[in-house]
Design a protein around this ligand. Structure first.
Ligand code: VGL
Ligand code: ZN
Length: 202
């Protein structure tokens, strides 16, 4: 067992991010066995779930003429337009059936506001709207987080950077993550994590 001040945060292991899903991350399902095993080491386990309304602004098909994976400008900055994914209540939004969910004490849903995306488990993409996770972890006396899940270069990396900026010790276990890798996003994400002293563990 890890000490009680350490939490495991499992990011977005949902059907749509696994092979066969609408925003499939290559090998996304290959990490599940390791993630399941890791849950037994932590007294605090949190899952996140990407959870979008049908009219979500991050969906390319809500922007007439826009191609999936193109960039648009939002009031809070540049935003990738994604294929429709993780729609609230859909099969694609469910956790992958092989993922253990019983050990989780908290499930954070994010991206539920139509006008703003939320990659990070801590803050929405405007960088100020909190999800509540920081307060939860602080109240439980957590000072270190280990992050695993999908996708390494988006939701895992954004969560890791925010956690480090909030003062947590942060480890990203790369072998239990998979990346989308869009236009150099993986290298950028690694550099941003290293810049704020996130430990990238293979
Ligand atoms: C994610 C793109 C859009 C992720 C979520 O979980 O990394 N990526 N929504
Ligand atoms: Zn999303």
């Amino acid at each position: 067992m890890r000490p009680d001040h350490e939490a495991l945060i499992v990011i977005d292991i949902q059907n749509d991010f696994c092979p066969g899903g609408s925003l499939a991350v290559a090998g996304g399902d290959q990490i599940i066995e390791a993630v399941n095993a890791l849950m037994d080491e932590f007294s605090c386990v949190v899952l996140t779930q990407d959870w979008h309304p049908a009219d979500h602004t991050s969906f390319a098909d809500n922007h007439p003429g826009a191609a999936p994976f193109s960039l648009t400008e939002m009031p809070y900055g540049p935003q990738v337009l994604w294929p429709r994914h993780c729609v609230q209540g859909s099969k694609g939004a469910e956790f992958h059936p092989a993922l253990r969910t019983d050990p989780a004490q908290l499930i954070i849903r994010k991206g539920f506001r139509a006008g703003i995306d939320s990659y990070s488990a801590f803050f929405e993409n405007d960088k100020v709207t909190a999800t509540g996770l920081d307060s939860y972890l602080r109240n439980r006396g957590i000072s270190h987080v280990t992050l695993v899940g999908l996708a390494l270069d988006y939701c895992v990396a954004y969560s890791a950077v925010d956690a480090a900026k909030l003062g947590y010790g942060v480890t990203v276990l790369e072998s239990a993550c998979r990346a989308i890798d869009l236009n150099g996003s993986l290298e950028n994400a690694r550099n941003e994590m290293i810049d704020v002293a996130v430990v990238l563990e293979s």
